[in-house]
Write a protein that binds this ligand. Sequence first.
Ligand SMILES: [Zn+2]
Length: 288
Amino acid sequence: MKRTFVAILAILLVAAHVNVYASPLETLMGLAMGEVAEVPIIMYHALEDTPDNRWEITEKEFESDLRHIVENGYATVVMQDLIDFVHDGKPLPEKPIVLSFDDGRMPTMDIILPMLEKYDAKITMAIIGHETDRYTEIDRQGKVSRHPHMTWDEVIAAHKTGRVEIQSHTYDLHGTIGAKKKKGESVEAYRERLLADLDKFAEILHSYTGIVPNTLVYPLGAISLESDDIIKEAGYLASLSCEEKSNLIRVGDEDSLYSLNRFLRPPHTSSTDFFAKLGDNKMMNEKR
Ligand SMILES: [Zn+2]
């Protein structure tokens, strides 16, 4: 009897959500345990008038992406929404998409804030704690009027708009190997070094903003075998990498939130061509 009810519920859930597949045996907060959502994550860095590398795009290209997202029925969500889906079964919109920005760049943030308002969109911004500290100090001394990274005041202002989720891009591990284990480094030494950096970031972010970070965006997408276990130990609930695939996350499967894939948005490409590429790469990343 119960089985039949669950089977009918599964059919209704599938019918209601084109991108959601259910294989429920139990329910959690009204949603099926094991229910899966497909979530593409886009990786942006800085907006520039004349992009001269594959990580920068123009203001026009970003606005065109936002228009494309709205016109094609996507809804922007942030990492907290993915975590709430997996941990608590809180529903996601029908076509969720995460727009992630790396490095905490200015004046990029100033340019995108009005656009996020105009298109009712949200982003996840991963800042480098050390750079934010450094430019906060430079700003205090009045040394430069324009700076490449956000200050803590600018981080707070962005967070207060309710459209920018602030996350960790490490405190100071954005060098040549990112947060990876060094060659010859013992696992224990690596664990201590990474935990110290993660704690420092969390402590300083919290002291300035009251925010507790829950996602690590791996600098350069560089990961070692042990990295996700260490960031779990530090209390991080999700991590983002750089493999260009979409993601499947699952209610009740907390591991499905780690090392999530992202599509790099390159310059000199139309939104239509770029988003078509997402469709081409729909080989989903079934996790565990
Ligand atoms: Zn970066």
